[in-house]
Design a binder for this molecule. Structure first.
Ligand code: ARG
Length: 260
């Protein structure tokens, strides 16, 4: 009896290790955003690249002909003279147009350390001309429901360690919404102090936004529902991507855009 049990255990262990090994062969690891696909700018004409000193630092979304929505940590204490916004491009480092920046404003409740209210508006020095590859996205007026499908796009790292740098062409990945209260609960690794009241989470197995996607759009029903804010690593189980909940900050966005 004992002997039979031991043999069964050894067999189970062998199955466990061999399947664990082949489930994750190094040759087919995450190639994109993390786990995403290439996206044409024609299908996300609101997507922009925020550049500092001629380098991509973050994503962003077109709100109007001269206002871009991004994350506060993307522009925080950066001189506007060093900033440009690339619009209408499939690549973060070529194509489309590069527009100089006139000014920006950061949410009054932005907390640099805890990343609360991680949202900023950037005003362009010249107005955009809308086209098939340059267009604004509307703001969500209700927060996306738990479990609903959303997508996030950007040129960020295609794997957590960023060994291959930013993605050459724009990437997109589909995720499911995790509401704030669930995301802050013990079900996940963050806790209530880190997942602020204005945050929303999204995740899927082996898929996520990552470094360099910050400030970029989380889209639900073709409306801007979230802004890429932060995460622990990228695509780790129990650590969803965390986004600013745009519907909650809709009034702030509208009022601040009018006075910027
Ligand atoms: N903070 C990162 C940035 O500056 C974005 C992180 C998003 N991380 C995640 N696991 N979803 O680009």
């Amino acid at each position: 009896m004992a002997r039979h049990f031991m043999l069964t255990s050894v067999a189970l262990l062998l199955i466990f290790f061999s399947s664990g090994g082949s489930a994750n062969p190094p040759s087919v690891r995450n190639e994109r955003i993390v786990g995403g696909n290439e996206l044409s700018i024609y299908n996300a004409p609101w997507q922009v690249s925020i550049q500092v000193s001629a380098r991509h630092v973050c994503g962003g979304a077109i709100y109007s002909k001269d206002i871009i929505i991004t994350a506060a940590h993307c522009v925080d204490s950066t001189s506007v003279t060093l900033m440009k916004v690339r619009v209408g491009a499939n690549h973060h480092n070529s194509g489309g147009s590069l527009i100089p920046v006139a000014s920006y404003t950061i949410h009054e409740q932005y907390n640099q350390k805890l990343k609360y209210y991680d949202i900023a508006l950037v005003r362009l020095a010249t107005q955009l001309t809308y086209s098939i590859s340059v267009k604004a996205i509307g703001l969500a007026s209700v927060s996306p429901k738990a479990g609903s499908d959303v997508s996030v796009s950007g040129w960020g790292f295609t794997e957590e360690n960023g060994a291959t740098g930013f993605a050459n062409s724009l990437q997109v990945v589909q995720l499911q919404i995790i509401e704030r209260n669930e995301c802050a609960s013990a079900k996940y690794g963050y806790g209530w102090d880190f997942v602020g009241e204005e945050m929303i989470c999204a995740a899927a197995d082996n898929k996520d936004s990552c470094t360099g996607d910050s400030g970029g759009p989380l889209v639900s029903d073709r409306l801007l529902a979230g802004i890429v804010a932060w995460g622990f690593g990228c695509a780790r189980a129990n650590y969803p991507g965390v986004y600013v909940d745009v519907a909650m900050l809709r009034t702030w966005i509208i009022n601040s855009a009018n006075s910027l």
